[in-house]
Design a protein around this ligand. Structure first.
Ligand code: ZN
Length: 676
């Protein structure tokens, strides 16, 4: 899709009602294919601090920078490799001395030849002057790093706007850096723009300097560790709308929420930032209560348009699409605004160590939407979202949550958002609320201002619960797909046994899931819930009841991510019949099974197999048979896995009528499950 087309589509979206449930954060605007990102490994240094002076003329897309990088050498080195793409270096100094460098655009890196060999624990200061020139690069519309748009009221662009958007690997398109989520440093970002412009960034605004050349410099400082993809610049002729959050840990201390919006969006009939952000202090209070105090010195939003994404959780300054301010969108985007805020804990405070672990950001932020709803509006509201986020028809869901790109899947899909959110909900149901929230707190405390891998999170779960939950992550995070079940019930009046037979019918390449499942039994006078542990491809659970339950419900409170493929059908055994049809054996079966029936008198017999939709699949018998017991083989070699029915119809031999299917009591139907 080209940029122009997208802008038009976005304009339509924005000028009508922006309510699409998929108009969300990053995953709805995938990049063109999977990126080759040439991550650096085995580095011999650690970045301590970035100081960027950025000059944005704002009349075109130019971007000039002076970058100081303070680097700690961790292993003896005579060169250093960093990331840059589309940057033209005009000078590069190491400790104030000109140094040799080589740019490698194809690997998006550059190498600095150090003036001498440095040993571990020495620090070096690298100073790079550069400007951006991406004209020769064939970048996709949404891989620019720095985006600039001219004011165009027809396209609803209120003012010239320039902003950065870097996740996952695009910070290198606007600043030289070690562009990997595993590396955190502190930063100062000083942005010089023409007078009249505002420029927001990470951390605290330290100073605003009016320069003699009719420019203004905004000096921002983030003293808390930050990784490159979370650094941001947002500049336009914004007006500022402030809110305050009183810290739950110390109500005397409040922190500013600084929102960069266009004046017309403030509280108008179409756009209403005051309304859209009205619940943010409340959200901060709720999240601070359950995740521990808000971990940074300020918060805020910068509104962007055009913006090819929905929202981006830049540390202390979230970028949001202008559509989120639409009065028609309110209050439906509360969930998304909560999602971005929750990233300040899950993503920014504790950052995924690699993008293979992206679910630690997105799954957590998505589950936080549900926690926000639960604490603010109650369980029913949370469950509504949980149901909406159950997306079995989403292509990405068949893959494992861990490491999407190695499976050939785009990094940001509903798999690492909604499905991973579901996994956290299941973990909570498994360990109980008290342990679950302790897990979150321990995870925060252990990895705050640093990074974490999936394995780190599993360690925290096991440590907190003093149990081994690796099996849970093996199936839900490292394993593909989800649980699909078919079930069947029967009740024996003589033994009073009620048998529930559950088959896990998901693909064989998906895990066999081990999970507790609640079963609710409905009786005329009372209901009862029993929790079973399902752990096999086919498993029978026997319950003893004095009377037959009217019906049952699998997982009545929707605690398990499961898809019920088929509902049970009552076996028709009533009436006077001249035959008895048995359950096939084996069942479930792989390709071949036997269907047995007793024929009491000589009859014309029809035995047919149907699929779930009632289509006839195969005729096994269509002939006269003498009384006796029969075992009929059914070969399903050419049929797909699934639920099938077999149906026996008999017609007494002495009848003169044609063997048509007239009477219920001459027909029996049973179900069987084919698993390949
Ligand atoms: Zn997110």
């Amino acid at each position: 899709m080209n940029k122009k087309k997208l802008i038009i589509i976005l304009s339509i979206l924005i000028s009508t009602i922006v309510l699409s449930q998929d108009f969300f954060e990053k995953y709805n605007f995938p990049r063109n294919g999977i990126i080759e990102h040439n991550n650096l490994v085995n580095k011999n240094f650690d970045v301590l601090h970035y100081r960027l002076n950025a000059y944005l003329p704002m009349e075109d897309s130019s971007f000039f920078g002076d970058m100081d990088i303070k680097i700690l050498i961790t292993q003896q080195s005579d060169s250093i490799k960093l990331n840059a793409l589309g940057l033209v270096f005009t000078s590069l100094k190491v400790n104030d001395t000109d140094a040799t460098f080589h740019l490698y655009p194809s690997s998006e890196t550059f190498t600095i030849i150090l003036p001498r060999t440095y040993t571990a624990n020495e620090t070096i200061n690298t100073k790079i002057s550069y400007y951006r020139d991406v004209s020769t690069l064939n970048l996709s519309y949404n891989r620019k790093g720095y985006y600039w748009f001219r004011k165009n009221l027809d396209s609803k662009i209120e003012e010239n706007i320039g902003y950065t958007m870097s996740e996952p690997y695009d910070a290198r398109l606007w600043m030289p850096c070690f562009d990997d989520p595993s590396d955190k440093a502190t930063c100062e970002i000083n942005i010089t723009v023409p007078s009249g412009y505002q420029a927001g960034s990470n951390g605290l605004l330290i100073d605003v300097i009016q320069n003699p050349d009719h420019t203004v410099t905004f000096k921002w400082k983030e003293d808390l560790p930050i990784t490159t993809y979370l650094m941001v610049i947002s500049a336009s002729k914004y007006s500022i709308f402030k809110q305050y959050y009183r810290r739950v840990s110390n109500p005397a201390d409040s922190i500013e929420i600084i929102n960069y919006i266009w004046q017309v969006d403030s509280a108008g009939p179409t756009w209403n930032a005051v309304q859209a952000f009205s619940k943010v202090p409340w959200m901060m209070e709720i999240f601070s209560t359950i995740f521990g105090e808000y971990p940074f010195v300020k918060y805020g939003h910068a509104v962007a348009y055009p913006f090819y994404y929905g929202g981006m959780e830049h540390q202390t300054l979230t970028t949001v699409h202008r559509g989120w301010l639409s009065v028609n969108a309110y209050p439906f985007y509360d969930d998304y605004i909560a999602h971005e805020l929750a990233h300040q804990w899950w993503g920014d405070l504790v950052t995924c160590h690699t993008f293979k672990d992206i679910w630690l950001n997105e799954g957590f932020a998505t589950y936080s939407e549900m926690l926000w709803r639960e604490k603010a509006f109650g369980i029913q509201s949370r469950n509504e979202l949980l149901t909406r986020y159950t997306r079995f028809n989403d292509y990405s869901w068949q893959f494992a949550i861990y490491d999407p790109e190695s499976q050939g899947v785009y990094l940001f899909t509903s798999n690492v958002y909604q499905k991973a959110g579901w996994v956290l909900h299941m973990l909570r149901n498994l360990v109980g609320d008290s342990l679950f929230f302790n897990i979150l707190m321990n995870y925060r405390n252990l990895h705050a201002y640093a990074t974490a891998t999936t394995e780190d999170f599993i360690d925290v779960v096991n440590f907190t619960t003093q149990s081994d939950y690796r099996w849970f992550f093996n199936q839900w995070i490292y394993g593909k797909g989800w649980l699909k079940i078919a079930y069947e019930t029967s009740y024996d009046e003589n033994t009073k046994n009620f048998v529930l037979s559950i088959a896990q019918v998901q693909d064989n390449s998906w895990p066999t899931y081990k999970t507790p499942i609640d079963i609710k039994f409905y009786f005329p006078d009372k209901d009862t819930v029993v929790t079973i542990w399902d752990s096999l491809r086919v498993q029978n659970f026997v319950f003893s009841f004095l009377t037959q339950p009217d019906s049952i419900k699998i997982d009545p409170d929707n605690k398990v991510l499961k898809q019920i493929i088929s509902q049970p059908v009552l076996v028709q055994n009533d009436g006077i019949q001249n035959f008895y049809l048995y359950q096939n054996y084996p069942n479930p079966f792989n390709s071949i099974t036997e269907i047995k029936f007793d024929l009491i008198s000589d009859s014309y017999v029809k035995l047919k197999v149907y699929d779930l939709l009632g289509n006839e699949v195969q005729t096994l018998l269509n002939e006269y048979k003498v009384a006796g017991t029969y075992n009929i083989k059914f070969n399903a070699e050419n049929l797909p896995s699934g639920v099938y029915y077999y149906r026996l119809l008999t017609f007494p031999k002495n009848s003169k009528k044609l063997p048509v299917e007239l009477k219920d009591n001459s027909v029996q139907i049973r179900k069987m499950i084919l698993i390949k």
